[in-house]
Design a protein around this ligand. Structure first.
Ligand code: ATP
Length: 236
């Protein structure tokens, strides 16, 4: 691990009058994969939304590379190298694969470059380039979402429930891609309930419970201690 790349210090946030995050402290170090774990409703998605600028923090600070970015909008954060793949993948079902990739040209890359990178990593997308994204399998949709994210050449990738709706084999394939991205230098924060899929590729795991990060430890320790406080989904 190197320097802190993304930091949350005393972050509070919620929806209207309901506070969901009650003072979250979390540090993501450059080059690591940090798995955000915890039960339904614990606040993992809310935490990612604050990091990505989709939800304002009502207190506390978010920092990227030591600089406060609290309140910055998603576009500004994207320019700082932060990229999000939301729960549900954020693809447009009524656009084709190619049209979905075209949306990533907003990052400044040409469509030709984005397609070349996407189809090299996921050849199946190349053969489906004219197909509506909504008709792709869950795994193919996740490949498309990852391809779009990669086009922005992110320094930090935020992933929410990569495994959602995917067969266990496909989940494994997706996390292999995430592991390869991490190897190439992308720092990853991933919210995931499917422990068996994410822990093998994670460096550390943080447990979120009732709006707080209550434990952070090496992922390898969680694997051997799954039955204790983490209480995660291991089947699938
Ligand atoms: P899951 O794995 O089920 O997505 P999570 O840990 O990601 O769980 P969040 O989605 O962050 O949890 O939800 C935390 C709490 O905030 C829950 O009680 C949820 O009902 C509430 N919540 C989430 N989104 C909203 C919203 N848009 N408006 C009001 N309450 C919300």
């Amino acid at each position: 691990m190197t320097r802190p790349l993304l930091e949350l210090v005393g972050v509070r946030a919620g929806y209207g009058p309901v506070e969901v995050l009650h003072g979250v402290d979390l540090t993501l170090y450059g080059g690591e994969v940090l798995a955000l774990m915890g039960p339904n409703g614990a606040g993992k998605t809310t935490l990612l939304k604050v990091c990505s600028g989709q939800l304002p923090a009502t207190a506390g600070e978010v920092r990227i590379a030591g600089n406060a970015v609290t309140g910055a909008d998603p576009a500004a954060l994207a320019r700082l190298g932060l990229c999000t793949i939301p729960e549900g993948r954020g693809i447009f079902p009524n656009l084709t694969v190619r049209e979905n990739l075209w949306l990533a040209t907003a990052s400044g890359c040409t469509l030709a470059h984005i397609e070349a990178v996407a189809y090299e990593r996921f050849p199946v997308l190349g053969s489906r380039r004219g197909q509506l994204a909504g008709t792709l399998s869950g795994g193919e949709q996740q490949m498309l979402a990852l391809s779009r994210a990669l086009a922005t050449d992110p320094a930090i990738l935020l992933l929410d429930e990569l495994s959602m709706g995917l067969a266990p084999r496909v989940v494994g394939e997706m996390y292999e891609v995430v592991a390869a991205l991490a190897q190439s230098g992308v720092t990853v924060l991933v919210a995931e309930q499917f422990a068996r899929a994410v822990l093998p590729i994670a460096d550390r795991a943080a447990l979120v419970q009732q709006g707080r990060v209550v434990d952070v430890r090496p992922a390898s320790e969680v694997e051997t201690d799954l039955s204790a406080s983490y209480q995660l989904t291991t089947e699938g």
